[in-house]
Design a protein around this ligand. Structure first.
Ligand code: PMP
Length: 300
């Protein structure tokens, strides 16, 4: 069920939720020629805060550039539009989806003379809670640098994630774990993965994994805690034999992984370091730790 809001921002205008439509010949519908972001909003002490908004907007432009899209709004204009939309929709705990897509035009893969449209959507997420995950290794591997522009959130690339998700859900798992072309652990369909062994945190350095903004935040928080945290090649057996495993992402936040391919991780309960990082993460996003206040953009 979609939680409806009052307004969607399309092409610089606020339009009513049910009027936010596109034509059936929208290029992106046929070929996945869209780019997008997901930004988490939190009800914080000083109002609604958007977590690491500027980093998300930078990545949005990077993604658009990968598909040779011309965004006719500046980063600043989009930041202001997001704040205004969030205010109009009275967003608190929720999600902001910036989207750019090749729009209405002739049938045909090459989007010559097709305009790039930009939209912003907000949805409330009052009842969103990350849960402990049971995951399985997917038969689908992550895209390689030879098949796409890595680091870009391109709509069409997510067919790969959808295939892996269907596979995992059909087999009764919560999520998939994807390997790269070398057989090393890469990431989840829309999450990064971390493992903890003997008190040390590691996350794949796999080029095929999106170097997520939550991942980057966790590396920083861990090091500030004095926990050794680094990027490395990680094998599937490293994951299965880890003391702790968790997924990270804007939507997922920090979600303990308690089982991989039917094998329990340690005692099958969220680990101590995972829980400590999760607690600190919530303090930060709710504006309770001033040291990280530069990560929050308040909507007014
Ligand atoms: N990997 C993929 C493929 C993703 O789509 C996401 C979600 N953006 C992530 C990892 C996590 O990245 P972030 O922490 O920036 O949301």
């Amino acid at each position: 069920m979609v939680a409806e809001t009052k307004f969607v921002w399309m092409e610089g205008k606020f339009v009513k939720w049910h009027d936010a439509n596109v034509h059936i010949l929208t290029h992106a519908l046929h070929y996945g020629s869209s780019v997008f972001e997901g930004v988490h909003s939190y009800k914080a002490d000083a109002g609604t805060a958007l977590f690491r908004l500027n980093e998300h907007i930078d990545r949005f432009f990077h993604s658009a550039n990968a598909l040779s899209m011309k965004i006719k709004f500046t980063k600043n204009e989009l930041v202001n539009a997001i704040k205004e939309l969030a205010k109009k929709n009275r967003l608190e705990d929720g999600y902001v989806r910036p989207l750019a897509y090749y729009g209405y035009g002739p049938v045909g893969i090459f989007p010559r003379d097709i305009k790039t449209n930009v939209a912003l959507i907000t949805v409330p997420w009052e009842d969103y809670y990350s849960k402990d995950l049971r995951i399985m290794t997917s038969k689908y591997i992550r895209h390689s640098a030879k098949s796409t522009v890595l680091g870009a959130k391109i709509g069409g690339n997510y067919a790969n994630s959808i295939l892996a998700m269907h596979e995992a859900r059909k087999k009764g798992y919560d999520e998939a774990l994807m390997l790269d072309e070398e057989g090393c652990v890469s990431e989840g369909p829309a999450e990064n993965i971390f493992i903890v062994k003997k008190g040390v945190l590691r996350t794949p350095d796999s080029k095929s994994a999106l170097h997520g903004i939550t991942r980057n935040s966790i590396l920083k928080i861990s090091r500030d805690f004095g926990i050794k945290a680094y990027e490395a090649k990680i094998s599937l057996s490293n994951v299965k034999n880890a003391d702790e495993v968790f997924f990270s992402g804007t939507a997922t936040e920090i979600a303990p992984v308690i089982e991989v391919d039917g094998k329990r991780i340690r005692d099958g309960k969220p680990g101590k370091i995972t829980s400590r990082l999760k607690a600190k993460f919530y303090e930060i996003v709710r504006g309770k730790d001033k040291k990280y206040k530069s990560w929050l953009t308040y909507i007014c």
